[in-house]
Design a protein around this ligand. Structure first.
Ligand code: FUB
Length: 269
């Protein structure tokens, strides 16, 4: 199945006045919230911005800019590379999962989906120097919560990783595991999990450049079997998507080069 991306009545890109990328889309309190990498403030030659942005909308046409929602300076233990964020809500608290330094994932928490967010732990949730089996780069965190309340964090490049989160959402439970993936596909980065009925859908970018492929399984930790292409190559060397359901319709948010002056490091959602 290939989702045809239709502009409907919204502008595409939906943020026409700022380079942003790596959408993590969530419906909180009846609004769609996007958490994003800020390509506007990077050097133009690398993804070296230092803060994350967010926008929200109730109609997918008009977007409210919530500005910088968190900066690397809020993590005393991190210094650079504010890459693709993940987000979730539990018990009225909102959590951002933020990859930094290409080696760590931190968590920031707030009582509002638009912040202010603060470091939830004072240390990294995942740290390549500390933890076993983080893989080459523990980046691109994505949180999925199953119907039984168990939450999982997916992340990683080249080999997809999964770890269970504690009920507090700011600790891990058990080891970091490889996500089993079989069939004619290659995992690159940008993991995403959603569930329809009893089926778990694992989707991901195949690399650089990458298509978004999807695979299905009967358990949140996999294994998953390749099923097909969800989103084709885009005109930049990274592909990163997020699926969400809003008012009865499924959508995919993604990035590409769509504004004047854009490119591999200046992307649009
Ligand atoms: O934005 C920096 C990196 O580019 C992300 O972490 C990857 O998913 C890719 O989109």
């Amino acid at each position: 199945m290939v989702i045809g991306v239709q502009p409907a009545s919204a502008a595409n890109p939906i943020i026409p006045d700022r380079f942003v990328a790596d959408p993590s889309a969530h419906v909180f309190n009846g609004r769609v919230h996007l958490y994003l990498t800020d390509d506007q403030t990077n050097s133009g030659t690398y993804w070296d911005s230092k803060s994350w942005r967010s926008y929200s909308s109730s109609n997918l046409v008009d977007w409210t800019d919530h500005g910088d929602i968190f900066s690397i300076s809020g993590f005393s233990w991190a210094s650079q590379y504010a890459w693709a964020p993940g987000a979730t809500e539990r018990n009225g608290r909102y959590y951002l999962y933020l990859p930094v330094d290409r080696t760590k994932i931190g968590v920031a928490v707030s009582s509002s989906p638009t912040g202010p967010f603060t470091d939830a732990r004072g240390s990294a949730l995942v740290d390549k120097a500390r933890d076993a089996n983080t893989g080459e780069e523990p980046i691109d965190p994505m949180i999925f919560t199953d119907d039984d309340g168990s939450s999982y964090m997916y992340f990683g490049t080249r080999t997809p990783k999964v770890v269970r989160l504690g009920a507090d959402m700011v600790s891990t439970t058990g080891p970091i595991m490889d996500v089993g993936l079989s069939g004619a596909t290659k995992y690159g980065e940008a993991p995403h999990v959603h569930k329809v009925g009893g089926t778990y859908y694992f989707s991901y970018s195949t690399g650089w450049p990458g298509q978004i492929h999807y695979a299905t399984g009967s358990s949140p930790a996999g294994p998953f079997t390749y099923r097909g292409v969800l989103l084709d190559y885009v005109n930049v060397n990274t592909n990163h998507h997020s699926l969400f359901q809003y008012q009865g319709q499924w959508y995919v948010a993604y990035h590409k080069n769509a504004l004047e002056g854009g490119g591999n490091h200046k992307r649009s959602v």
